[in-house]
Design a protein around this ligand. Sequence first.
Ligand code: PCD
Length: 800
Amino acid sequence: GPNGHGPNGHGGPNGHHGFGRVARKEDARFIRGQGNYVDDIKLPGMLYGAILRSPHAHARLLSVDTAAAEAHPQVRAVITGETLAGLNLAWMPTLSNDVQAVLATDKVRYQGQEVAFVVAETHYAARDALELIDVDYEALPPVVDARTALDDGAPLIRDDVEGRTDNRIFDWEAGDAEQTGRVFDDAEVVIAQDMLYPRVHPAPLETCGIVADMDKVTGKLTVHTTTQAPHAHRTVYALVAGLPEHKIRVVSPDIGGGFGNKVGIYPGYVCAIVGSIVTGRPVKWMEDRSENLMTTSFARDYHMRGEIAATRDGRIRGLRVEVLADHGAFNGTAQPTKFPAGFFHVFTGSYDIEAAHCAVTGVYTNKAPGGVAYACSFRITEAAYLVERMIDLLAAELGTDPAELRLRNLLRAEQFPYSSPTGWEYDSGDYPRTLRTAMDIAGYDELRAEQADRRARAADAREDGPLMGIGISFFTEAVGAGPRKHMDILGLGMADGAELRVHPTGKAVLRISVQTQGQGHETTFAQIVAHELGIPVDDVDVVHGDTDQTPFGLGTYGSRSTPVSGAATAVVARKVRERARIVAGAMLEADPEDLEWTPGRWIVRGDPSSGATMQEIAMAAHGSLELPDGVEGHLDATTVYNPPNLTYPFGAYIAVVDVDPGTGKVTVRRFIAVDDCGVRINPMIVEGQVHGGLADGVGMALMQVMAFDEDGNHLGASFMDYLLPTSMECPSWELGETVTPSPHHPLGAKGVGESATVGSPAAIVNAVVDALHPYGVRHADMPLTPANVWRVIQGRPFRT
Ligand code: PCD
């Protein structure tokens, strides 16, 4: 069929099986506008919620007068912090074991913080009634710059926590400080650089929302919500609200992009649930764009100081970094409990480095909480950016070509599995091959020759056109959290269940705990089952995003679906295949041990004429066939997959930019991306994932920052100010691939969804800095907007 054999597809007796460029099943509804998003859900008698938010970044809350709002004819309830305090729900736990105000009771701590919740007959009435609420604030000085948060006399943000005297959240370190110190002490070359990875936002096109429906008769709470982790949300609601877990159903319908923004639980969700309990009717709350940008999980905001030590001939020896992490007013960072700075300490990246050390200090500021892994496995983006900038700084210092310097220091294939100096075990890789592939596609030497020629012309003032820059970045990601013994979120271990049932006619239904937000799981997970069972992809239905219908698991983020649930799916399908072998043995009157698997069929070893297809076996398993003792019949299985390690996808990216020195405008002329995510289940989806991540990288490198003024006012609360890259800013991506399977993943696959977001910003920044090299510029912080680029070259002479 049109969804037929991919490069890895096996044509069994039933045609098209398994891996390859299968068209996305979900697109049939999306391209017809038939998606079912949270805001499409309309329940009988449904009411609408709206949130009153603080205009101040830091203020004492003196009084909240709701009388006029309550008198509004269409208003059914007004909920304040005081109402919630009475229910013991004014505060909720964050994903990092801090607490966060659901509705403020004592103070407001960032602009846009939730103060009151109105429930009304219509969305408009709810919004109108917000204006009738009278709040008395006493403004307090805010902490806006993280670098002043620990100053003596800095305003204390978290005076709700007893005994707290400053804004420090944590100090954390990894690596060997002493050994690293020794390497730096006797190094021939040491370079240091301060850099900021600015606060950015995942900005999914669909904002966050919920429809909460408490059935008073059955006591069952159903919430339809934009969540990347339905099971984790259910358990947290059970623990926080004291509701019995089996009486909570979390449904995540179609999601219009997550990017980490939909991992956590937001105050609006709790308010909508309380609203439904109070009114006895379903309550919908859907935030608008400004609410999404101002109050939901931001990403990054790492002030970093990197140092690199090397020999004169370009052998990197040590890497050291100090980070000041701005976590906003509540520590709501989403990451495994034991990792307060996420996976930042993978920061030695893709290089063979003797010694490394990092120290991270987290601080509170008067900004929205979050610190989410926006297309990033828990702070790996910051880490990849840091090391890739440091390598380029070193290359500039040594006068070495940055590709050459990388090739000299990249981990070599024979070093895998590789134990990093900060305690990671990379599963597999062949890095130089991947970088060389990218250089070949780019025509690297010709590009450098063109650049040299253009620089010479510019120096002779024969040309005043744009300056050309070439930037490389090589990244290693670490995706697929657990294993459960090292990784949990709020005590919930990171392992995922899967259930597979084959119906009598050989059609299958797979139930998984992860939830797609656009990645195409309904297709790729069906492909895994098809690949393992040798049945058509179209014969497999994927059920997900509903806690009543699926096994427990921790959800989709940190590119963990393929590494963890993908593995679970392969394992559960293999269990079913083994059951099918026993049934086939009974059918063929053969010892199951004498059977051999050919795609879609068990045959008597060496005799393809005698065999049974998966469909025939399924029917027999449900029929009257006599099965061996202890074999239950039917064709189904369940599993829980606890990954032995993370998977380590990697890639080599090369950006070619043109910078107009007159205006500072950067144009990304070309972008070459060679990704290695092990075995690709659906190469077309993988390429789409890479395209999206590369566009993210253009956005962060050139256009985006969540900015605040000195009073803590948010300056980018709409898409007029917070710019999303479009096709106008993106070149036609040039992709390549290498395939280094993961040795521990049953399919050899690694995650890929985040790779391009992690790897691409450094390539673009490196390219822009490379273009500005003749001005003596060695670093500039993102975003490299025209104004910022123009500013860094002012007053600097052009010299080649
Ligand atoms: N794949 C294949 N092969 C391989 C790998 C992979 O095929 N080797 C495919 C799969 O299956 C899917 C995809 O691809 O479908 C992806 O995958 P992964 O990597 O595993 O991932 P996931 O888990 O699924 O997902 C997640 C991611 C993330 S994380 C993010 S951000 C983003 C990405 O994903 N998001 C999103 N991508 C995307 N897309 C879309 N469309 N949307 C969205 O939202 Mo975080 O942490 O959350 O921040």
